[in-house]
Design a protein around this ligand. Structure first.
Ligand code: CO8
Length: 256
């Protein structure tokens, strides 16, 4: 059987490509576990400086695997503790870029929203169809969508399951950037390579401060920012960046 999660290294970038074409990349438990394990391993590998999560050229993901959970009742769903599979993605210190072609539905859209940057093909579509199954988005969708696009637009789509075209998603702030159809993965890899060339400690601090600060009151968030800013002044990469600017040469960052 083909691997359900393809892993490729592109220099300092790890590409993770969902590969369940027969089920439109529906996220079954083995695939979710593989994704969580790959991202945990990447977080332990200092040579991985950015991650791309892609569904390939046709579809990002058609959601959670409906067939896998069709007969589950509440205790069975609770026993799965699915939040433990999502946690390593949410906690990953490396930047993660989602490359969305085709559809990102339900758990697929929630997977994209676990990432830090979402690139979407101009003909891609997002939706949260859980309501049509009598449930709700259970992997952060009811919380991350309103934080990304505001309450009133989030409600509009969470309560209907209607599709959000990528252009509207970009306008709403759910998509970072649109790409031509078929080029989301290549564009995500190029962007990830660019981030991978940045000083790793600064990249890590920016990600941490943006994410943690978003959940704090502004004064506390500004303290987080100030402390991270001050700490970065002691790094060798800060010295290298400034020296390279003054000497008019390309910097070589080492993550120190
Ligand atoms: N789960 C499992 N299998 C799926 C899923 C899915 N989410 N989506 C598609 N598939 C399977 C189909 O069953 C079909 O398999 P088979 O050939 O064996 O019948 C194959 O993929 C191809 O699908 P279609 O024939 O339906 O392809 P179409 O091009 O006609 O339609 C769609 C594509 C529009 C994407 C359509 O497949 C669809 O609507 N899929 C479901 C979308 C959805 O509602 N996603 C789930 C949202 S909920 C969620 O993500 C979290 C909770 C999940 C558990 C819920 C349990 C109650």
């Amino acid at each position: 059987m083909a691997e359900e999660l393809i892993q490729e290294r592109h220099d300092a970038v790890l590409l993770l490509r969902l590969n369940r074409p027969e089920a439109l990349n529906a996220l079954n438990i083995p695939l979710r576990r593989a994704l969580a394990a790959a991202i945990s391993a990447a977080a332990d590998d200092p040579d991985v400086r950015a991650i791309v999560v892609s569904g390939g050229s046709k579809i990002f993901a058609a959601g959670g695997d409906i067939k896998e959970f069709a007969d589950h009742d509440a205790p069975q769903i609770m026993a799965l503790e699915l939040q433990r599979i999502w946690a390593p993605i949410a906690a990953c210190p490396r930047p993660i870029i989602a490359a969305v072609e085709g559809l990102a539905l339900g758990g697929g859209a929630e997977l994209a929203m676990h990432c830090d940057i979402i690139l979407a093909a101009e003909d891609a579509q997002f939706a949260f169809p859980e309501v049509r199954l009598g449930i709700l988005p259970g992997a952060g969708g009811t919380q991350r969508l309103p934080r990304a696009v505001g309450k009133f637009r989030a409600m509009r789509y969470l309560l209907t399951g209607d599709r959000i075209p990528a252009s509207l998603a970009a306008e709403m702030g759910l998509v970072s950037e649109l790409t031509p159809s078929g080029q989301a993965e290549a564009a995500a890899l190029a962007l990830a390579q660019k981030i991978a060339r940045m000083p790793p400690l600064a990249v890590r601090q920016i990600k941490e401060v943006v994410l943690q600060g978003a959940d704090c009151a502004l004064p506390a968030a500004l303290v987080l920012e100030r402390n991270a800013h001050n700490i970065l002044f002691s790094t060798e990469d800060r010295k290298e960046g400034v020296d390279a600017f003054i000497e008019k040469r390309k910097p070589l960052y080492r993550g120190l």
